[in-house]
Design a protein around this ligand. Structure first.
Ligand code: FMN
Length: 124
């Protein structure tokens, strides 16, 4: 992912579409509660829909204990609703029990690299 810089923001910091403009790629994440996304993430995705993310690089992640639905729902939204260029790894679903394990860190690094490569391809 040489040449890419990442900025991490909480969704509570993103108040308007302007706060999301001018990035080449977006990776959204949240935990799964009751096999669903928290309401705050749903509200955020309606805001993101107004930004115009078509063709931008995209990915999704989230921690979970057993079903891990939310990252997949986000990923599908990026692909089919926002029409983003989603990473071919699918969503990064991280079991809470292994969140500190080296395999998890490696999975995160690999995901970041894949997003970086996609950003370079799509922004070129
Ligand atoms: C009330 C409640 C409901 C949950 N429902 C699910 C669920 O449906 N599927 C799942 O995989 N994990 C579920 N979890 C586990 C959370 O997704 C997991 O603990 C996650 O890592 C929490 O992230 P956070 O600490 O950032 O909130 C639930 C946890 C709680 C407390």
């Amino acid at each position: 992912m040489a040449g890419c810089e990442a900025e991490v923001k909480k969704i509570s910091e993103i108040k308007t579409e302007n706060d999301m403009e001018n990035y080449d790629g977006y990776v959204f994440g949240c935990p799964t509660y009751h096999r669903d996304m928290p309401q705050a993430m749903k509200t955020f995705l309606f805001l993101a829909n107004k930004v115009g993310l078509e063709g931008k690089a995209g990915g999704a992640f989230g921690s979970y204990t057993h079903s891990g639905d939310a990252p997949k729902i986000i990923f599908d939204t990026l692909e089919y609703v926002f029409k983003m260029k989603v990473v071919n790894l699918g969503s990064l679903n991280v079991k809470e029990a292994v969140v500190d394990a080296p395999e998890y860190l490696k999975a995160c690094h690999d995901y970041g690299k894949a997003i970086g490569n996609l950003v370079e391809e799509t922004a070129a």
